[in-house]
Write a protein of this length. Structure first.
Length: 362
Protein backbone atom coordinates (compact mmCIF):
# COMPACT_ATOMS: atom_id res chain seq x y z
CA UNK A 1 0.00 0.00 0.00
CA UNK A 2 1.64 3.23 -1.16
CA UNK A 3 0.23 6.72 -0.88
CA UNK A 4 1.54 9.00 -3.60
CA UNK A 5 0.75 12.68 -3.86
CA UNK A 6 -2.07 13.61 -6.24
CA UNK A 7 -0.86 15.69 -9.23
CA UNK A 8 -3.91 17.97 -8.88
CA UNK A 9 -3.15 18.76 -5.27
CA UNK A 10 0.54 19.34 -6.02
CA UNK A 11 -0.51 21.91 -8.63
CA UNK A 12 -2.79 23.63 -6.12
CA UNK A 13 -0.21 23.61 -3.36
CA UNK A 14 2.47 25.05 -5.64
CA UNK A 15 0.52 27.70 -7.51
CA UNK A 16 -2.84 28.69 -6.09
CA UNK A 17 -1.38 31.03 -3.50
CA UNK A 18 0.91 32.88 -5.90
CA UNK A 19 -1.65 34.18 -8.41
CA UNK A 20 -3.83 37.28 -8.70
CA UNK A 21 -6.66 35.70 -10.69
CA UNK A 22 -8.02 32.31 -9.74
CA UNK A 23 -10.20 30.86 -12.49
CA UNK A 24 -9.35 27.23 -11.72
CA UNK A 25 -10.96 26.70 -8.31
CA UNK A 26 -13.88 24.31 -8.29
CA UNK A 27 -16.11 26.08 -5.79
CA UNK A 28 -17.91 29.35 -5.22
CA UNK A 29 -16.35 32.49 -3.76
CA UNK A 30 -14.70 31.75 -0.42
CA UNK A 31 -16.61 33.27 2.50
CA UNK A 32 -15.14 34.88 5.60
CA UNK A 33 -16.29 34.44 9.20
CA UNK A 34 -17.12 38.15 9.21
CA UNK A 35 -19.44 37.86 6.21
CA UNK A 36 -21.30 35.03 7.90
CA UNK A 37 -21.81 37.10 11.05
CA UNK A 38 -21.45 34.02 13.24
CA UNK A 39 -20.49 34.47 16.85
CA UNK A 40 -17.79 31.90 17.56
CA UNK A 41 -16.90 33.19 21.01
CA UNK A 42 -18.68 30.57 23.08
CA UNK A 43 -17.63 27.51 21.10
CA UNK A 44 -15.82 25.02 23.30
CA UNK A 45 -12.70 23.83 21.52
CA UNK A 46 -13.13 20.29 22.71
CA UNK A 47 -13.29 16.92 20.99
CA UNK A 48 -16.66 16.42 19.38
CA UNK A 49 -19.07 13.56 18.73
CA UNK A 50 -17.38 11.10 16.41
CA UNK A 51 -20.15 11.15 13.82
CA UNK A 52 -20.72 14.89 14.08
CA UNK A 53 -22.70 17.02 16.52
CA UNK A 54 -26.26 15.63 16.91
CA UNK A 55 -27.82 18.98 16.01
CA UNK A 56 -25.77 19.16 12.80
CA UNK A 57 -26.62 15.58 11.87
CA UNK A 58 -30.29 16.35 12.47
CA UNK A 59 -30.10 19.47 10.31
CA UNK A 60 -28.50 17.44 7.51
CA UNK A 61 -30.93 14.51 7.81
CA UNK A 62 -33.84 16.92 7.18
CA UNK A 63 -32.72 17.30 3.57
CA UNK A 64 -32.89 13.55 2.88
CA UNK A 65 -36.40 12.17 2.68
CA UNK A 66 -36.69 9.04 4.81
CA UNK A 67 -33.34 9.55 6.56
CA UNK A 68 -32.70 10.15 10.26
CA UNK A 69 -29.57 11.34 12.05
CA UNK A 70 -28.50 7.71 12.25
CA UNK A 71 -27.97 7.75 8.49
CA UNK A 72 -25.61 10.74 8.61
CA UNK A 73 -21.84 10.69 9.14
CA UNK A 74 -20.30 14.16 9.24
CA UNK A 75 -16.66 14.00 8.21
CA UNK A 76 -13.56 16.08 7.58
CA UNK A 77 -14.69 17.06 4.09
CA UNK A 78 -16.25 14.69 1.60
CA UNK A 79 -12.69 13.40 1.16
CA UNK A 80 -12.70 11.61 4.49
CA UNK A 81 -16.09 10.03 3.87
CA UNK A 82 -14.88 8.82 0.48
CA UNK A 83 -11.76 7.32 2.05
CA UNK A 84 -13.68 5.58 4.82
CA UNK A 85 -16.34 4.17 2.50
CA UNK A 86 -13.84 2.74 0.03
CA UNK A 87 -11.66 1.37 2.84
CA UNK A 88 -14.67 -0.30 4.45
CA UNK A 89 -16.76 -1.52 1.52
CA UNK A 90 -14.14 -2.70 -0.94
CA UNK A 91 -12.32 -5.74 0.40
CA UNK A 92 -8.94 -7.06 -0.78
CA UNK A 93 -10.52 -9.16 -3.52
CA UNK A 94 -13.32 -6.75 -4.45
CA UNK A 95 -13.68 -4.51 -7.45
CA UNK A 96 -14.58 -0.81 -7.45
CA UNK A 97 -15.80 1.09 -10.50
CA UNK A 98 -15.14 4.83 -10.47
CA UNK A 99 -16.54 7.25 -13.01
CA UNK A 100 -13.71 9.19 -14.65
CA UNK A 101 -12.81 12.05 -14.90
CA UNK A 102 -13.71 13.19 -11.43
CA UNK A 103 -12.08 14.69 -8.38
CA UNK A 104 -8.98 12.45 -8.30
CA UNK A 105 -9.20 11.16 -4.73
CA UNK A 106 -12.27 9.14 -5.74
CA UNK A 107 -10.00 6.83 -7.76
CA UNK A 108 -6.67 7.58 -6.13
CA UNK A 109 -7.78 6.26 -2.73
CA UNK A 110 -8.76 2.99 -4.43
CA UNK A 111 -5.32 2.81 -6.05
CA UNK A 112 -3.46 3.69 -2.84
CA UNK A 113 -5.35 1.00 -0.94
CA UNK A 114 -4.47 -1.51 -3.66
CA UNK A 115 -8.08 -2.15 -4.71
CA UNK A 116 -9.08 -3.71 -8.03
CA UNK A 117 -10.08 -0.46 -9.78
CA UNK A 118 -12.03 -0.09 -13.03
CA UNK A 119 -12.49 3.35 -14.56
CA UNK A 120 -15.86 4.15 -16.11
CA UNK A 121 -14.88 6.76 -18.66
CA UNK A 122 -17.03 9.73 -19.61
CA UNK A 123 -16.39 10.53 -23.28
CA UNK A 124 -16.31 13.86 -25.15
CA UNK A 125 -18.25 12.15 -27.99
CA UNK A 126 -21.11 11.50 -25.53
CA UNK A 127 -20.98 15.05 -24.08
CA UNK A 128 -19.23 13.55 -21.01
CA UNK A 129 -22.55 11.99 -20.01
CA UNK A 130 -22.63 8.57 -18.31
CA UNK A 131 -23.28 5.73 -20.78
CA UNK A 132 -25.04 3.18 -18.60
CA UNK A 133 -24.82 0.35 -21.15
CA UNK A 134 -21.08 0.76 -20.91
CA UNK A 135 -21.28 0.73 -17.10
CA UNK A 136 -23.26 -2.51 -17.22
CA UNK A 137 -20.49 -4.14 -19.27
CA UNK A 138 -17.83 -3.11 -16.73
CA UNK A 139 -19.50 -4.94 -13.84
CA UNK A 140 -17.50 -7.90 -12.54
CA UNK A 141 -18.64 -10.68 -10.23
CA UNK A 142 -16.62 -9.04 -7.44
CA UNK A 143 -17.81 -5.43 -7.95
CA UNK A 144 -18.75 -4.00 -4.54
CA UNK A 145 -18.88 -0.26 -5.13
CA UNK A 146 -19.64 2.04 -8.08
CA UNK A 147 -19.08 5.78 -7.76
CA UNK A 148 -20.48 8.59 -9.90
CA UNK A 149 -19.95 12.35 -9.64
CA UNK A 150 -22.68 14.64 -10.99
CA UNK A 151 -22.72 17.50 -11.65
CA UNK A 152 -19.27 16.36 -12.70
CA UNK A 153 -15.95 17.93 -11.86
CA UNK A 154 -14.33 18.97 -14.21
CA UNK A 155 -16.77 18.53 -17.14
CA UNK A 156 -20.01 19.90 -15.64
CA UNK A 157 -22.04 16.98 -17.03
CA UNK A 158 -25.18 15.89 -15.21
CA UNK A 159 -27.21 12.73 -14.61
CA UNK A 160 -30.98 12.52 -14.99
CA UNK A 161 -33.36 10.96 -12.49
CA UNK A 162 -34.02 8.03 -14.88
CA UNK A 163 -30.29 7.44 -15.34
CA UNK A 164 -29.67 7.56 -11.62
CA UNK A 165 -32.44 5.04 -11.09
CA UNK A 166 -30.89 2.78 -13.71
CA UNK A 167 -27.42 3.13 -12.15
CA UNK A 168 -28.86 2.05 -8.78
CA UNK A 169 -30.50 -0.95 -10.46
CA UNK A 170 -27.17 -1.90 -12.05
CA UNK A 171 -25.47 -1.72 -8.65
CA UNK A 172 -28.23 -3.71 -6.97
CA UNK A 173 -28.18 -6.45 -9.62
CA UNK A 174 -24.43 -6.74 -8.98
CA UNK A 175 -24.90 -6.85 -5.20
CA UNK A 176 -22.95 -3.60 -4.98
CA UNK A 177 -23.46 -0.09 -3.59
CA UNK A 178 -23.72 3.05 -5.68
CA UNK A 179 -22.07 6.12 -4.17
CA UNK A 180 -22.93 9.45 -5.77
CA UNK A 181 -20.73 12.46 -5.13
CA UNK A 182 -23.38 15.19 -5.03
CA UNK A 183 -21.02 18.00 -4.08
CA UNK A 184 -22.37 20.27 -6.84
CA UNK A 185 -26.00 19.18 -6.70
CA UNK A 186 -27.22 22.40 -5.08
CA UNK A 187 -25.84 24.20 -8.12
CA UNK A 188 -27.83 22.08 -10.54
CA UNK A 189 -30.18 23.96 -12.86
CA UNK A 190 -33.08 23.86 -13.10
CA UNK A 191 -34.10 20.66 -11.30
CA UNK A 192 -31.62 18.19 -9.77
CA UNK A 193 -32.41 14.48 -9.61
CA UNK A 194 -33.37 13.11 -6.18
CA UNK A 195 -30.61 12.69 -3.61
CA UNK A 196 -29.23 9.19 -4.27
CA UNK A 197 -29.52 8.01 -0.66
CA UNK A 198 -33.27 8.69 -0.70
CA UNK A 199 -33.75 6.31 -3.62
CA UNK A 200 -32.46 3.02 -2.21
CA UNK A 201 -30.58 1.51 0.76
CA UNK A 202 -27.93 0.52 -1.80
CA UNK A 203 -27.25 4.16 -2.62
CA UNK A 204 -24.91 6.46 -0.72
CA UNK A 205 -24.92 10.25 -0.97
CA UNK A 206 -21.67 12.11 -0.51
CA UNK A 207 -21.35 15.88 -0.27
CA UNK A 208 -19.49 18.80 1.21
CA UNK A 209 -19.66 22.37 2.45
CA UNK A 210 -16.56 23.10 0.33
CA UNK A 211 -17.98 23.90 -3.11
CA UNK A 212 -21.52 25.28 -3.24
CA UNK A 213 -21.11 27.09 0.06
CA UNK A 214 -17.58 28.44 -0.48
CA UNK A 215 -16.39 26.97 2.81
CA UNK A 216 -13.55 24.49 2.11
CA UNK A 217 -11.63 25.92 5.06
CA UNK A 218 -14.09 24.51 7.59
CA UNK A 219 -13.40 20.97 6.33
CA UNK A 220 -16.93 19.66 6.72
CA UNK A 221 -18.59 17.09 4.46
CA UNK A 222 -20.82 14.09 5.02
CA UNK A 223 -22.19 10.82 3.77
CA UNK A 224 -25.79 9.71 4.04
CA UNK A 225 -26.16 5.95 3.92
CA UNK A 226 -27.65 2.97 5.66
CA UNK A 227 -26.64 2.68 9.31
CA UNK A 228 -24.05 -0.08 8.90
CA UNK A 229 -22.04 2.16 6.56
CA UNK A 230 -22.34 5.14 8.89
CA UNK A 231 -21.01 2.97 11.72
CA UNK A 232 -18.12 1.78 9.53
CA UNK A 233 -17.21 5.39 8.75
CA UNK A 234 -17.07 6.04 12.50
CA UNK A 235 -14.68 3.11 12.97
CA UNK A 236 -12.35 4.28 10.20
CA UNK A 237 -12.27 7.90 11.28
CA UNK A 238 -11.65 7.11 14.93
CA UNK A 239 -8.25 5.95 13.67
CA UNK A 240 -7.63 8.98 11.47
CA UNK A 241 -9.26 12.26 12.56
CA UNK A 242 -11.43 11.12 15.51
CA UNK A 243 -13.99 13.90 15.05
CA UNK A 244 -14.59 17.16 13.22
CA UNK A 245 -13.41 20.66 14.07
CA UNK A 246 -15.86 22.16 16.54
CA UNK A 247 -15.55 25.54 14.82
CA UNK A 248 -16.22 23.97 11.43
CA UNK A 249 -19.30 22.17 12.70
CA UNK A 250 -20.72 25.34 14.26
CA UNK A 251 -20.30 27.26 11.01
CA UNK A 252 -21.79 24.45 8.93
CA UNK A 253 -24.85 24.29 11.15
CA UNK A 254 -25.51 28.02 11.01
CA UNK A 255 -25.12 28.10 7.23
CA UNK A 256 -27.37 25.09 6.67
CA UNK A 257 -30.02 26.61 8.93
CA UNK A 258 -29.93 29.71 6.71
CA UNK A 259 -29.89 27.60 3.55
CA UNK A 260 -33.00 29.13 1.97
CA UNK A 261 -31.60 32.62 2.53
CA UNK A 262 -28.01 31.97 1.37
CA UNK A 263 -28.43 29.55 -1.53
CA UNK A 264 -30.40 31.84 -3.88
CA UNK A 265 -27.69 34.52 -3.53
CA UNK A 266 -24.97 31.99 -4.41
CA UNK A 267 -26.94 30.59 -7.34
CA UNK A 268 -27.61 34.05 -8.73
CA UNK A 269 -23.89 34.88 -8.62
CA UNK A 270 -23.01 31.60 -10.36
CA UNK A 271 -25.57 32.19 -13.14
CA UNK A 272 -24.23 35.69 -13.70
CA UNK A 273 -20.63 34.39 -13.80
CA UNK A 274 -21.59 31.62 -16.19
CA UNK A 275 -23.01 34.16 -18.65
CA UNK A 276 -19.59 35.85 -18.74
CA UNK A 277 -17.82 32.54 -19.42
CA UNK A 278 -20.37 31.45 -22.00
CA UNK A 279 -20.00 34.69 -23.98
CA UNK A 280 -16.23 34.50 -23.67
CA UNK A 281 -16.13 30.87 -24.86
CA UNK A 282 -18.40 31.71 -27.80
CA UNK A 283 -15.87 34.29 -28.95
CA UNK A 284 -12.88 31.90 -28.83
CA UNK A 285 -11.15 30.72 -32.00
CA UNK A 286 -8.69 28.43 -30.27
CA UNK A 287 -10.87 26.65 -27.71
CA UNK A 288 -13.87 24.37 -27.71
CA UNK A 289 -15.83 22.66 -24.95
CA UNK A 290 -18.89 20.67 -24.04
CA UNK A 291 -20.92 23.30 -22.23
CA UNK A 292 -21.19 22.45 -18.54
CA UNK A 293 -24.82 21.75 -17.65
CA UNK A 294 -24.46 22.71 -13.97
CA UNK A 295 -21.95 23.35 -11.22
CA UNK A 296 -19.08 25.84 -11.45
CA UNK A 297 -16.51 24.11 -13.65
CA UNK A 298 -16.02 23.21 -17.28
CA UNK A 299 -13.23 21.54 -19.26
CA UNK A 300 -12.33 23.38 -22.49
CA UNK A 301 -9.72 21.97 -24.83
CA UNK A 302 -7.44 23.40 -27.46
CA UNK A 303 -8.96 23.09 -30.94
CA UNK A 304 -5.52 22.33 -32.37
CA UNK A 305 -5.16 19.45 -29.88
CA UNK A 306 -2.22 18.68 -27.63
CA UNK A 307 -1.47 19.17 -23.98
CA UNK A 308 -2.60 22.24 -22.04
CA UNK A 309 0.38 22.09 -19.66
CA UNK A 310 2.24 24.87 -21.48
CA UNK A 311 -0.83 27.13 -21.47
CA UNK A 312 -1.55 26.67 -17.77
CA UNK A 313 2.10 27.14 -16.77
CA UNK A 314 2.36 30.29 -18.87
CA UNK A 315 -0.82 31.57 -17.25
CA UNK A 316 0.56 31.08 -13.76
CA UNK A 317 4.04 32.42 -14.42
CA UNK A 318 3.48 35.29 -16.86
CA UNK A 319 -0.15 36.25 -16.23
CA UNK A 320 -0.56 35.36 -12.55
CA UNK A 321 -3.71 33.42 -13.41
CA UNK A 322 -4.66 30.02 -12.05
CA UNK A 323 -6.37 27.28 -14.06
CA UNK A 324 -5.82 23.52 -13.81
CA UNK A 325 -4.10 21.58 -16.60
CA UNK A 326 -6.08 18.50 -17.57
CA UNK A 327 -2.98 16.34 -17.12
CA UNK A 328 -3.42 16.88 -13.36
CA UNK A 329 -6.84 15.21 -13.57
CA UNK A 330 -5.97 12.51 -16.13
CA UNK A 331 -7.72 14.56 -18.83
CA UNK A 332 -4.79 15.96 -20.77
CA UNK A 333 -5.70 18.17 -23.71
CA UNK A 334 -8.30 19.92 -21.55
CA UNK A 335 -7.98 22.37 -18.69
CA UNK A 336 -10.33 23.21 -15.85
CA UNK A 337 -12.02 26.56 -15.92
CA UNK A 338 -13.80 27.50 -12.69
CA UNK A 339 -16.48 30.19 -12.73
CA UNK A 340 -17.75 30.11 -9.17
CA UNK A 341 -15.46 32.78 -7.76
CA UNK A 342 -15.34 36.56 -7.65
CA UNK A 343 -17.06 38.20 -10.65
CA UNK A 344 -14.39 40.82 -11.39
CA UNK A 345 -11.60 38.31 -10.89
CA UNK A 346 -13.27 36.03 -13.43
CA UNK A 347 -13.49 38.81 -16.03
CA UNK A 348 -9.85 39.78 -15.47
CA UNK A 349 -8.71 36.14 -15.43
CA UNK A 350 -10.40 35.46 -18.78
CA UNK A 351 -8.61 38.45 -20.24
CA UNK A 352 -5.31 37.00 -19.08
CA UNK A 353 -6.31 33.67 -20.56
CA UNK A 354 -6.97 35.37 -23.93
CA UNK A 355 -3.45 36.81 -23.83
CA UNK A 356 -1.86 33.46 -22.98
CA UNK A 357 -3.79 31.74 -25.77
CA UNK A 358 -2.52 34.36 -28.20
CA UNK A 359 1.06 33.78 -27.00
CA UNK A 360 0.95 30.03 -27.55
CA UNK A 361 -0.65 30.37 -30.98
CA UNK A 362 1.75 33.00 -32.37
C1 LIG B 1 -16.44 16.31 -6.74
C2 LIG B 1 -15.63 16.53 -5.48
N1 LIG B 1 -15.83 15.74 -4.43
C3 LIG B 1 -15.14 15.89 -3.31
C4 LIG B 1 -14.18 16.88 -3.19
C5 LIG B 1 -13.45 17.02 -1.88
O1 LIG B 1 -14.16 17.90 -1.10
P1 LIG B 1 -13.86 18.20 0.45
O2 LIG B 1 -13.23 19.56 0.50
O3 LIG B 1 -15.23 18.19 1.06
O4 LIG B 1 -12.99 17.14 0.98
C6 LIG B 1 -13.92 17.71 -4.25
C7 LIG B 1 -12.88 18.74 -4.16
O5 LIG B 1 -12.48 19.35 -5.15
C8 LIG B 1 -14.68 17.55 -5.43
O6 LIG B 1 -14.50 18.33 -6.49
Amino acid sequence: MTFERMPLEIWFDEHQFEVDYDIGESGTKFLTVKQLEIDLNEIQLRYGYHLGHPSLRKEIAKQYRGATSKNVAVTTGASEANFAIIAHLVGPRDNIIVEHPTYPSLYQVARSLGKDLTLFKLEWENDFRPDLDKLRKLIKSNTKLITLTHPNNPTGSVITKAELKEAIEIAEEAGAYLMVDETYRDLMFPQPPPLAATMSPSAISLTSMSKTWGLPGIRIGWAVAEESIVEAIRAVREQVTICNSSVGEAIAKEVLQKRSEILPVIRKAVISNYKIVEDWMNSQDWLEWIEPQSGVVGAPKLKRGGSTDQLCELLVKKYRTFTVPGSRMELDGHFRLGFGGDHEELIEGLEQLSKALKDIHS
